[in-house]
Design a protein around this ligand. Structure first.
Ligand SMILES: Nc1nc2c(ncn2[C@@H]2O[C@H](COP(=O)(O)OP(=O)(O)OP(=O)(O)O)[C@@H](O)[C@H]2O)c(=O)[nH]1
Length: 272
């Protein structure tokens, strides 16, 4: 789904619009990436939680390490009802059931109004589609309708989708991790080669680099520098420049794209 992103410079605007949304909905459904539920949390969720109940969906469960996902569910459930899902498989009835349960005091004469929030690329559109299903219709003429968002009605649900917001104050490390996950653009924090090297270094220090190297039929060795791995990956995929040297930009780009989309296996980047 094509969508505007409320980028850092528009944080104030984003904040105002979400506050406007809060007055129109019963519950916020926040989407985070199960591979990094802390780093991919919405920067405004603390503020929103003061206005309306929040329920969390950890998306991309299929791309995360299952044992760590269970720990995250346990931890986050202390704050908000939390579900970890592979959104490609849809959403379970118990998620909608939970939304109705936590909003049981809403006016009964109307539908349950849900706002989906989250940073870019975490799976908001997929969740929206899974929630409303094929029978949904786009709703126009909502009183006090918030600009830049679309409402969809399906049965007893009215769901609104909102643009992703990134935290302008987020540090470099956060942006780097968001890039690895495909939630931020590489050119915000560096070039593909550097970001790929940083990813390899991160995986080495967290002890999971071997699993990634195996995907390229490479083995881990203590005394090897990560730059050597990137070069080997470049050779394996045929990313070469004239003269036979490795095109490290292309190798980096390839690695980052495959990693973000889970094609190199399941990796969880942070613990609760
Ligand atoms: N494997 C897997 N991929 C998912 C899952 N959820 C979303 N994706 C993929 O992640 C990408 C982003 O999903 P979207 O639903 O477009 O994310 P979004 O938050 O709406 O993105 P923006 O519009 O940029 O804010 C798409 O390629 C989806 O197919 C999931 O649970 N598992």
């Amino acid at each position: 789904m094509a969508r505007t992103v409320w980028y850092p410079g528009h944080m104030e605007k984003g904040r105002r619009r979400l506050a406007e949304l809060a007055s129109q909905v019963d519950v916020f459904l926040e989407v985070r990436d199960a591979r990094a539920p802390f780093t991919t949390s919405s920067p405004l969720i603390g503020e929103l939680a003061k206005l309306k109940p929040v329920c969390v969906v950890l998306s991309k469960r299929d791309l995360a390490e299952e044992e760590k996902t269970k720990l995250w569910i346990k931890e986050l459930s202390k704050l908000y009802p939390t579900f970890a899902l592979n959104l490609r498989r849809g959403v379970p009835r118990k998620l909608t059931g939970k939304l109705f349960e936590i909003c049981k005091n809403r006016p009964k004469w109307r539908e349950l109004r849900v706002a989906i929030v989250g940073i870019p690329n975490v799976g908001k559109s997929m969740l929206l589609n899974a929630l409303i299903g094929k029978k949904a219709s786009k709703v126009g003429g909502m009183p006090g309708i918030t600009r830049g968002v679309s409402w969809y009605r399906s049965g007893n649900l009215l769901v609104v989708d909102s643009p992703g917001i990134l935290d302008p104050k987020a540090d470099r490390e956060t942006h780097v991790m968001l890039t690895w996950l495909g939630c931020s653009k590489a050119d915000v924090v560096g070039d593909h080669e550097t970001l790929a090297l940083q990813l390899l270094e991160f995986l080495r220090s967290s002890g999971s680099i071997s699993r990634l190297l195996e995907k390229f039929s490479l083995s881990f060795s203590e005394d090897k520098d990560v730059a050597e791995y990137l070069a080997e990956i470049g050779r394996k995929i045929g990313a070469l420049v004239s003269g036979g040297d490795v095109d490290l930009t292309r190798a980096g780009q390839y690695l980052l794209e495959r990693f973000a989309t889970g094609k190199l296996g399941s990796f969880t980047l942070e613990m609760p």
